[in-house]
Design a protein around this ligand. Structure first.
Ligand code: SAH
Length: 346
């Protein structure tokens, strides 16, 4: 019977060094192989030219190198690129490259499907199938960095965890991926250019604060009134606004990082001055920025983007209270690559 080979990319550098020592080789071989696996994104042991043939064979006998595969790439008329990414077990997630004049942002997935049940989000309909491993998150970033160099002649500049899944429900793997992305032995990106977006898991937000993470935090709020929020984001019943707010205050007290809120205004749901004032009240405790994002219809018309007048009304009320506001237009809509549209349609 053939023994199942282990995924070598699940090993830390220390574990890889230990493995070589156990095999009677020098520990630094572990560093060399680690560099091939991460910095050089090697897909096979064959190409590891500074490693002897015998060692390569030994690695081959013990391990596999799992890698994502970009199955399909779609380009939007606005330059946005969506990758359908096949994982080693055949499941598929999506990631998106969003170009502006000066930046390239990667929007990456953290889970296959999602366990949250936001009524307005296409990913919610897939349910959660599994968490992504750190290497599967890292590989999405590498793929987009390569595409950015190829099509825009510049490296990737920013990363947002706003693809499929709830990053804080897969926190350990997301953190490991970010460690590799920011490490000089990985991509060497600054954590300041990374934003993790969450629907709000209070316990994990506090944990991040305690660990004094250096990346940014965005919260998908959409309503600062419990009753309304629970009706559109049912998990709010488990993690009510009071707990979320308390966790965010703790986050701010530890990190002194401004908090970004993502917020869609829907007709008949949260398009009143009362709703806007509740938002002001919720986020006033710390320097905040509110991104008013455009709704991307996913279905039957249960949700409708509010009028421009409602958006202006929010903007005025927020700005009057010293809160920074941006109104964000969607990108990549024609290829279903915009916020909330990732659902493996193809
Ligand atoms: N689970 C994380 C990451 C997903 S991010 C989170 O909730 O933050 C995706 C962002 O797009 C979130 O802010 C989400 O609320 C928003 N979104 C979901 N569906 C959308 C839709 N149909 N139109 C616009 N934004 C949507």
């Amino acid at each position: 019977m053939e023994i199942k080979k282990k995924d070598i990319r699940a090993l830390s550098k220390e574990q890889l060094r230990d493995f070589f020592v156990e095999q009677g080789e020098k520990a630094f071989r572990g560093n060399q192989v680690y560099e091939w696996l991460w910095q050089k994104s090697a897909h096979s042991f064959d190409g590891m030219t500074n490693v002897s043939k015998e060692t390569r064979k030994m690695l081959e006998d013990n391990f596999v190198i799992n890698h994502i595969q970009v199955d399909q790439m779609q380009r939007s008329s606005d330059g946005t690129i969506k990758n359908a990414v096949r994982l080693h077990d055949g499941l598929v997630v999506e990631s998106v490259l969003i170009p502006t004049d000066t930046r390239t942002t990667a929007c990456v997935s953290s889970q296959v499907g999602c366990s949250l049940d936001c009524k307005f989000c296409a990913t919610a309909r897939l349910k959660r199938m599994r968490n992504l491993n750190p290497d599967e998150i890292y590989d999405q970033v590498v793929a987009i960095d390569n595409e950015s160099r190829l099509y825009f002649n510049r490296p990737l500049s920013n990363i947002v965890f706003m693809g499929m899944g709830e990053p804080l429900m897969n926190y350990n793997n997301v953190l490991k991926a970010i460690e590799k992305i920011t490490s000089p032995e990985g991509l060497g990106m600054s954590p300041k250019r990374i934003i993790v977006s969450t629907s709000g898991v209070p316990k994990i937000i506090k944990k991040m604060a305690d660990e004094e993470v250096k990346f940014g935090l965005a919260v998908s709020l959409h309503s600062a009134i419990d009753e309304v929020r629970t009706s559109i984001m049912p998990f709010n019943a488990t993690f009510p606004l009071k707990d979320l707010r308390e966790a965010l205050e703790y986050w701010y007290s530890k990190t002194k990082n401004r908090i970004t809120y993502e917020y869609v205004i829907w007709e008949g749901i949260n398009d009143t001055p009362e709703a806007a004032n509740a938002l002001v009240k919720f986020c006033k405790f710390a320097p905040s920025k509110v991104n008013l994002i455009e709704y991307n219809p996913i279905d039957d018309g249960e949700f409708q983007q509010a009028s421009n007048d409602s958006v202006d009304m929010y903007k005025k009320i927020l700005e009057r209270n010293g809160i920074t506001v941006t109104v964000r237009r969607s990108r990549g809509k024609d290829i279903d690559a915009a916020c909330g549209q990732l659902a493996n349609k193809k």
